[in-house]
Every structure is written in C-alpha cells, then in structure tokens.
Design a protein around this ligand. Structure first.
Ligand SMILES: Cc1cc2nc3c(=O)[nH]c(=O)nc-3n(C[C@H](O)[C@H](O)[C@H](O)COP(=O)(O)OP(=O)(O)OC[C@H]3O[C@@H](n4cnc5c(N)ncnc54)[C@H](O)[C@@H]3O)c2cc1C
Length: 395
C-alpha cells in the first residue's frame, strides 16, 4: 500500500505588499532604536518600561489585526508576524508582551465577541490603552487544558461565579482584561468549558505569585486567583460549551506568533554571531575565516529563513480563512527548534564571552527555550501535526 502526503493545495503569497513592507520597516526601526539598546537592562531588571507598551500602542502594533472600527490598524496576520520578528529580534521579553496581548487577548474578542463587547473591551485593547492576557493553564493542567479545575456556576440573576487558579499567565500582573476559561460541568470535559472576559479590579479576582524565570525575564508571569468572582453573562465569549474551541482556535493564531518570536530570536543569534565572528581574531585571522564557523553561520541563515517561510505560510493561510491548525503547529515546532539551535551556536561562536552577561548570546540562549514550551509544547505540536495527517487517530 502506498501512502502519500500531498503538498497543501491552499494558496499563499510569498511577496510582501508595499503596506506590509512599510510595517516591517517601521517595526525594524522602532525596535532597533527604542528596544535593542535597553534589551539587556530589561532582562536584568526583570521589567519592561511601560513607555514601550505605550509606544507600541501609538504605532498601531497592539491592535495590528483588529478592524479600524474598533480602534485597530486593520492589517493582517502577515503584518503581525513581521512586527513580531522585528520586536523579538531586539528583545524577546517585549515580544511576548506584544504577542500575548495581540494573539491571545484581542484575537478571541475579534472572532467571538459581540459588537457590544468589542465596543467596550476590544477598542481600548486595540489602542494599547489596556493590556490583555489569556488565562487557560492551571497548576495541574497545561497540555491537557480540558482537565482544568476552575469552575463557572450560575449565580444570582444572569451572573456567573468563577472559582479557581490560573497559572503561568503572561501579562497577568498588569493586564486590564483577562480572557479566562472555566468548567461548567467536569463530566463534560472540553464540552463543558466556557470563556469570559474579566476586568482588573473585579472583586475576588487577585494576582498571586510572580514567577522567576530562566528567560523572557522582562515579561511578567503570574498566578491569577478567582474566589467567588461574579461575572455578568454579557462578559461571556461565545456559547457555553464553546470555550475549548475558542481556546484552540486562539492558540492556532498564537502559535504563529510564537513561531515569529522564534524567528526573531534566531535572527538575533545570526546577526550577533556574524558581527562577532568578523571582529574576533584567533590564530592570526578572523574567526569568520574558519570554515567551521562559516558552516555554523550558513546553517543558522538557512534554518532561520526556512522557519520564516513556514511562519509566513501559516499567517497567510489564516489571513485567507483557510485551515491552518497543522501549519501553525509546523511553523512553531520548526521555528522553536531553530531558535534553540541558533542560540546554542551563538554562545559557541562567542566562546567564553558567550557565557557572560556582558554579551547578548547568553540572553538569547535563555530566551529561546520558552518557544518550545508555551502555547503548546513541541511534543503537543507533533501530536497536532500527526493528528492532521492521520485524521484524528494520533492523540
Ligand atoms: C513563561 C511562561 C509563560 C506562559 N504564558 C501562558 C499564558 O499567558 N497563558 C496560559 O494559559 N498559559 C501560559 N503558559 C503555560 C504553558 O502554555 C504551559 O506551561 C505549557 O502548555 C505546558 O503545560 P505544562 O507546563 O502543564 O506541562 P505538562 O502539560 O505537564 O507537560 C509536561 C511534559 O509532558 C509532555 N506531554 C504532556 N502531554 C503529552 C502528550 N499527550 N504526549 C506527549 N508528551 C506530552 C509535555 O510536552 C512536556 O514535555 C506559560 C508558561 C510559561 C513557562
């Protein structure tokens, strides 16, 4: 028996439009001038100046793919991944603040919010006046998100009462709005899940422990506690039972963003390695003149470009409304692997200096690893890709 895996028939365009090139240039110049010079400081201090978030709002990045009617830039997912590559090339902490806000908090409101919810919540998010976060993971459930223990039960009138703890939430400490998922009936597993938006300051909703991390240290990662939090029914996204579908379709977009983050980190490794290899001398010549170093640089360039193309492909499919679950997983799986490898080689090319805080290589090494973990681990990406080929029989 012969099995063939045919190339995807969906069309996607590799040429950037003039508008996309302009966005890319704007993001590149802003990230180079405003973020790169303080990237080491952001990592060292474990915080991003709020000024940078405000500036990303003014540039339109915080609502880049939100329709103009709701305060966004009205651009597409390809534009978003171009911005993500540039910002993450400068600083992965700043990149994940942007990525979580855009692809995890604003995106489900664009897709599943009512007009009233968009007017009230999406507009300040898209303008960058509010910061958003996405709360799916819990202390006892990450990959197996349907096993969540946070509950939503009917309260007085049309309200819901939320109880539980969410874990590892990016932007959680400062977010003005949280997209949160809760279980209405554990017996129904994923079919009982419902999504809500919860505003900062809602009684019973508190920020708990802030995590200390290996990398992306400038972004905050928080536990969120819900203790008898009363949420009106008009804060519900989609229908009861739609929550898991909303989470997965949101993560399809989020994974494309993380792939772009990984491409940005890999490019940082390549550019920093190239510059260093041209300056550093050993045995009377530049280390760039050694073929062993050239081979590393060539592999980094090849793999970074391949990762970028997979990322653009997945973004382009999402823009066209085509299926892109497997393509998003493919881009994230490959790009995160490329980023981790590029970071390892970057440290190697810098030699002993690669191990020191004074140079960017060790920061890239610490930052790259998270791209293999959040928004679905590499093992889960393999499951998603295999499931697509095997028609649901892989998991
Ligand atoms: C810095 C950071 C930021 C984060 N930001 C957010 C956020 O904003 N919002 C949010 O909701 N979550 C967030 N997360 C959580 C993140 O998405 C989860 O950590 C991730 O999905 C893995 O879940 P887990 O940690 O529970 O690992 P587990 O699910 O316990 O997995 C442990 C190991 O088992 C493997 N494994 C699990 N199931 C399978 C399987 N079926 N087949 C093969 N291997 C398997 C995993 O791949 C992994 O290697 C963040 C995490 C971190 C570290």
């Amino acid at each position: 028996m012969t099995t063939t895996v045919a190339p995807a028939e969906a069309k996607f365009d590799l040429a950037l439009t003039e508008e996309q090139q302009l966005v890319q240039r704007t993001a590149r110049e802003w990230a180079r001038d405003r973020v790169l010079p303080i990237a080491a400081e952001i990592d060292e201090n474990g915080a991003i100046p709020r000024e940078l978030v405000r500036e990303m709002g003014e540039l339109g990045f915080m609502g880049i793919d939100v329709p103009e009617r709701w305060g966004g830039a009205g651009l597409d997912m390809v534009s978003y991944v171009l911005v993500m590559e540039e910002v993450n090339r400068a600083c992965a902490s700043t990149g994940v603040v942007l990525g979580s806000h855009v692809s995890l908090a604003t995106a489900p409101l664009v897709r599943y919010g009512t007009d009233a919810q968009k007017d009230r919540f999406l507009t300040p998010l898209a303008k960058g006046q509010w910061l958003g976060c996405f709360a799916l993971s819990e202390p006892a459930s990450g990959s197996d998100a349907a096993a969540m223990r946070t509950t939503a039960r009917r309260g007085d009138g049309d309200a819901w009462i939320l109880n539980g703890t969410k874990n590892f939430i990016t932007n959680g400490a400062f977010a003005d709005l949280t997209v949160v998922f809760a279980q209405t009936d554990p017996a129904q597993r994923h079919k009982g899940i419902v999504a809500f938006v919860v505003e900062k300051g809602t009684p019973g909703f508190t920020v708990g422990k802030l995590e200390k991390k290996l990398g992306i240290r400038g972004s905050d990662t928080a536990q969120l506690h819900f203790s008898d939090v009363r949420v009106p029914d008009d804060h519900r996204l989609g229908e009861v039972g739609d929550g898991f579908k909303i989470a997965l379709s949101t993560l399809d977009g989020g994974r494309i963003g993380i792939a772009a983050q990984a491409v940005g980190i890999a490019r940082a490794c390549l550019e920093d390695s190239l510059a260093y290899a041209k300056e550093r001398h050993a045995f009377g010549q530049r280390i760039a003149d050694f073929q062993a170093i050239q081979a590393k640089l060539a592999d980094m360039a090849t793999e970074t470009d391949a990762a970028r193309l997979l990322t653009w492909k997945a973004a382009s499919l999402r823009d066209r409304g085509e299926r892109h679950t497997a393509e998003a997983a493919t881009a994230k799986l490959f790009a995160s692997d490329v980023a981790v490898r590029a970071a390892r080689e970057c440290v190697q090319i810098f030699g002993g200096y690669g191990y020191l805080r004074d140079f960017p290589a060790e920061r890239h090494y610490r930052d790259a690893k998270i791209t293999e973990i959040y928004e679905g681990t590499s093992e889960i990406m393999q499951l998603v890709i295999a499931e697509d080929m095997l028609g649901g029989g892989a998991a």
